[in-house]
Design a protein around this ligand. Sequence first.
Ligand code: AMP
Length: 521
Amino acid sequence: MNTRKGIGYHENNISDPAKVVSRDTLRLQHIDQGTTDGIQRLFPVTEDEKERRDALHFSVMPYIKRCIEGENAYGGKALSLLITREERVTPSGLKILAGTTSCLKNFKFFRDKPYPLNDNTSLKEAILCSDHFQSIYTQLLCGFYQRHDVTHVKSVFASSLVSVIHFLKRHYSELCSDISSGSLSPKITDPSLRGRMIETFMQNPDPELAKFIQVTCSDENWEGIYRKIWPNIKYLDAISTGSMAQYILLLKYYTGGLPLLSTKYSASECDLGFNLNPMCDPYDVSYTIMPNMSYYEFLPLDSSHFTSSDPKPLTVEMADVEVGKEYEVVVTNFCGLYRYRIGDVLSPTRFFNSTPQFKFIRRKNVVLTIDICKLTEMELQKGIDSVSSLLGQLDIIVVEYTSYANVKDGPGHCVIYMELMVMSQANWPKPEVLEQCCQAMEGSLGQLYFSTRVSGFIGPLEIRLVENGTFEKLRDYAISKGVSFTQYKVPRCVKALDLLELLNSGVVSIHFSSSFPTSGP
Ligand code: AMP
C-alpha cells in the first residue's frame, strides 16, 4: 500500500459488516461490538483473527507476567472481575459480541485446562453470566472463599475495580448472610451459576469468614480494603491510562498503594500493543505496538502534513514516527477494515529495537467546544488534577467527572459534574473551597481557554457536585442500552439530553468561579 497518497477514511461508520467483507472469503467468525464514546459500532472478526489474537496474548503475557513476578512467580490466583454480555445475532445469523465478551467466550480462557495465566478465583459460570448483578455478586463470593490464594486483581479497565468496591459497599451484608448461613441469595437465579456456586462453595456455613468480612466492611475507613480482605495481593492489573487515569488515586486509596499495572492496549477493532515494562509508574506507561496484528499508519496531528496541492492528510509509516509528536492511529486489519481511524491519539516515547513505543494521549473526538475554545480530554483531566490536588489536602478524592458545554444563555460556559469521596463528613468542602476549585480548574485548562475567558467570550466555570452513586446510575443506564459492563467508559463530555437529565437529578450543590483566572497555564 502506498501510504504517501491521500486517503479516504472510513470514519467509524460501519453499520453492516456484511457490506465490508465477504463472509466466505474471510471465514467470518463473529462481530465485535465497540463502545467507546457511548456509540456502539460493529466490527467483523474472522476465524484467523481470533486465532491471531489468541496466539499473541498467550505468547506475550507469560513475558509480562515474568517481568511482574520475577523468577519466583507468586503462583497464586487472580481475583478476576470480568463480566460478559449477552450475544445478539444479525439478520444474517452472525453473532454480535462485546469485544471483551468475545475474548472471554472464544479464546483459550475457557477452552483448555486451567492455564497458569488464567488461574482465577471466579467460576466460569459467574463470568459468563450476562446479568451483571449476579455476575459481580458471585465473583465476590468466589473471591472471599479463596481470599488467601489471591495474589493479584485483574479486570480490563481500572473503572471496574472501583465499581466493584462500590458494589461491595452496598451489598456486603447480604454477601455475609449467605456465607454465614451457607445458602445462596435467591437473587442468584441463573440455574447453572446457582448450581455450580452451591456445589463448589456453599455446602457449609462459614460464620468465621462471614464475621471477618462483616467487621472489615462495616469499618468506615475503607483505605486499603483490597488488602484487608485479600491479604496476599501484590498488584492490580487493569488499564489505567487515557480516560482511566482518573481512577489511579482512588485505587491507590483502596489498595493502600499497591502497584497498578496497565499491560495491554486493545480495541474491538484490533489488538494494538503491550506494555513491556509493566512495573512502571501508571503515569509513564508506553505500549509497544505489535506490528504483526494489523497494518498501522500514523496520521500526524500537526498541519505540516497537509499540502495545498493535496489537502488530504498524509500518514507516516510505523518506523518513521518521531518521538514526542502526536499521531492518530490508522488501522488496516485482516478482517476488512481499511485505513480505519480508531480515534485514539498516541505519542511515541522511544523505540524497542525498531518498533515504536507509544504513550496513549487521548481520544481524538472528546472535545468540549465553547466559543472558539475546544477542550480536549487531556486538558479536562489536567483541570481535574488541579482540583484533586486542592481537595486532596482535605482527604477528599474526585471519584468521577464529566463535562457539558452550556451555550444556551449568555456567554457559554463549561459545566463540570463531579462526584466526591469525603473520608470524614466534617471535611465536606465549604462553598468557598469549591469556588477555589472552579478557579484552579480554569487556571489549568490551557492558553486558549485562558485568553477566551479573560476576554469575556466564555463565562465562569461551574462545578455541579452530584450525590454519591450518580455516576453508577449513568453507567447502569448505558448498560441498559446495551453497553458492556467491562468495556464501559464514563463519557468525559456529555451532550445527550437523557444523560444530562440523569446527571442533573443527582446535583446537590452548584458552584461558580467568582473571578477571572489570575494566571495562565
Ligand atoms: P472499545 O471501543 O470498547 O473496544 O474500547 C477501545 C478503546 O478503549 C480504545 O480505542 C481506546 O480509546 C481505549 N483503550 C483501550 N486500551 C487502552 C489503554 N491501554 N489505554 C487507554 N485507552 C485504552
